[in-house]
Design a protein around this ligand. Sequence first.
Ligand code: PLP
Length: 363
Amino acid sequence: HQGTRTYNFNAGPSALPLTVLEKAQQELIDFRGSGMSVMELSHRSATYEEVHNQAIANLRKLMSISDEYEVLFVQGGGSTQFAMVPMNFLTPEKKAAYIMTGAWSEKAFSEAKLFGQVYQAASSKDSNYRYIPSLDEVKFEASDAYVHLTSNNTIFGTQWREFPNTGDVPLIADMSSDILSKPIAVNKFALIYAGAQKNLGPSGVTVVIIRKDMLELANKNIPTMLQYGIHAKNNSLYNTPPTFGIYLLGEVLNWVEETGGLDALTKRNEEKAKLIYDAIDQSNGFYYGHADVNSRSLMNLTFRVKDEELEKKFLAEAKKEGFVGLNGHRSVGGCRASAYNAVPYEACKALSQFMVSFQQANS
Ligand code: PLP
């Protein structure tokens, strides 16, 4: 533990920076002299609009998003994006190609099936999604409506290192669990979406980064709230946005800036993951990873303990020591440590030390 704060390795919603929570607490009752909380402000007020626009500007800056793209805040989580993407871009004449790297790709694929023709451009399902397919394994057609991928597989603990080049075919990515964890070449993508609740803020806000030419392509005969163009035209203020979540997201982005920006963050994330992967790799098989080494995620670190009884004991003792959220997803079993941006280095250090001492005590 660190004071009253636990070591939070939850897969999502997950840890937020302590300084952000403290600032939000301080500003909760009287936001910048308005005499009300930010969540009580009109979303049409100048005070709120500044919060809103600042959050967009900060994300643009941190992710180096050019003017060719719109940054949107929508609701409904990553799961609504699974439907919104095909509703907007899948036309009767075209197919959409989905790269299958885990349970979230499967959900995106099933949702798209409801709206048109879809097929699998590559899949690592045969190995229970232990790896990211190589770039030559990815097959799609130049006539496809888009290619969809999941940049980080929250459940299986794999992450793309290098993205396919899809030329004129729009590349669409679900970056829910690794957005802003490292620099990304945004201009490789036609659309990026992410629920905020892992790296960016609380649940309830979903970020969409969309290339402007896609807005012209998009289907206009769908419900208003599901049209990207409506949100773009209205600066994500078509209806009442999740104002408090957007405020917190903005504060998380300020925290990223204040702690050294994206480069420093990337370095911290690499160091944090290394602590835990080293504990696995140096254990002589006492711990073993689910993901192939070359596909390992820096965000969700999945591993097993060599036998099931020991694994139960490991999880029980870890819980007693104050480590929260280490149980793996039921489809993989075992253990998963999610080390998102706001998980402190000290928490990962403590976990790696615990892993080493548990092994010593049980070998
Ligand atoms: N995509 C990925 C990669 C996820 O990890 C999750 C949730 O954990 C989702 C989509 C679903 O997001 P939401 O719960 O915001 O609908």
